[in-house]
Design a protein around this ligand. Structure first.
Ligand SMILES: [Zn+2]
Ligand SMILES: [Zn+2]
Length: 90
């Protein structure tokens, strides 16, 4: 008798499909169709994490804001320094 393939997550359940990504067998509940192909939930989660990863725009924006804040701080610093200098001299 040929042993039935079992779900990787549910040993008691019969596997209905194999995930093309991790090549493990899964039951109906553990595998889902995504973009026209079957994917197990762990692989789907991994994929959605990649899709939902923050875009490259945010680090750049952070750098720009940081640079801007630095410039502003320097400007305020020198402005204050100049004012002190002017008051001290005049
Ligand atoms: Zn998988
Ligand atoms: Zn399962």
């Amino acid at each position: 008798m040929i042993a039935q393939l079992r779900c990787l997550q549910h040993a008691a359940r019969e596997a209905v499909a194999r995930c093309p990504q991790c090549r493990q067998s899964f039951c109906r509940e553990c595998i889902t169709e995504h973009d026209g192909r079957m994917l197990c939930l762990p692989c789907l989660a991994k994929q959605s994490v990649l899709l939902n990863a923050p875009s490259t725009l945010w680090p750049k924006l952070g750098w720009t804001l940081g640079a801007f804040a630095g410039l502003l701080l320097a400007w305020v610093f020198f402005l204050g320094l100049g004012e002190i200098f002017l008051r001290a001299s005049g």
